[in-house]
Design a protein around this ligand. Structure first.
Ligand code: AMP
Length: 177
């Protein structure tokens, strides 16, 4: 078997893009991780290593980069995949949750029948910044009476204290800035 991928290798592949999408933001570009077969598979191995297949019922992924990791993790864990999308994108009946942005608010949505009560859920996004998006997604999971086993991120921007909004759940991130 090839050497397992380390978080340090993933960190080395993440590309920092200054002033995107607006001045003052340093965007963490994960596309070089995705483009490298070994690193992509290794990232999924790391995100799922705490769980045996069959112990998670659904991996919930957050629009849009979270889908990439959550879908692959779901296959690995023999779990279903459930998308949390930006408002207005899901075709069937939804539940919605607002959350605060720096200026104004945003809304995420999930199908009303996406999770069964008591379902064991792993919630995944690519990056934890202020935590507003993940906390809103977690609130949707709770409203369907499913149980969040862990909230996992590839990247955490620790200085933004996003974990504080996720205090009710175990939170794990692979690469911390
Ligand atoms: P937040 O709600 O502040 O935790 O923001 C998290 C969401 O915004 C995630 O879905 C990320 O994909 C995205 N995001 C926030 N900041 C960055 C960043 N510096 N680089 C890449 N994506 C980011």
């Amino acid at each position: 078997m090839p050497n397992p991928v380390t978080p340090a290798e993933i960190e080395a592949a993440i590309r920092n893009v200054a002033d995107f999408p607006k001045p003052g933001i340093q965007f963490k570009d994960i596309t070089p991780v995705l483009a490298d077969a070994r690193l992509f598979a290794g990232a999924i191995d790391l995100l799922t290593e705490r769980f045996k297949p069959g112990t998670i019922d659904a991996v919930v992924g957050i629009d849009a980069r979270g889908f990439i990791f959550a879908a692959a993790a779901a296959i690995k864990l023999q779990a279903g995949f459930v998308p949390v999308r930006k408002k207005g994108k899901l075709p069937y009946k939804t539940i919605e949750q607002d959350y605060a942005l720096e200026y104004g608010t945003a809304t995420v949505a999930m199908h009303v029948d996406a999770l069964k009560p008591g379902a064991r859920v792993l919630l995944i996004d690519d990056l934890l910044a202020t935590g507003g998006t993940a906390a809103a997604a977690a609130a949707l999971v709770k409203r369907l009476q499913a149980r969040i086993v862990e909230v996992s991120f590839l990247i955490e921007l620790k200085f933004l204290n996003g974990r504080e909004k996720l205090k009710d759940y175990p939170v794990r991130s692979l690469v911390v800035y």
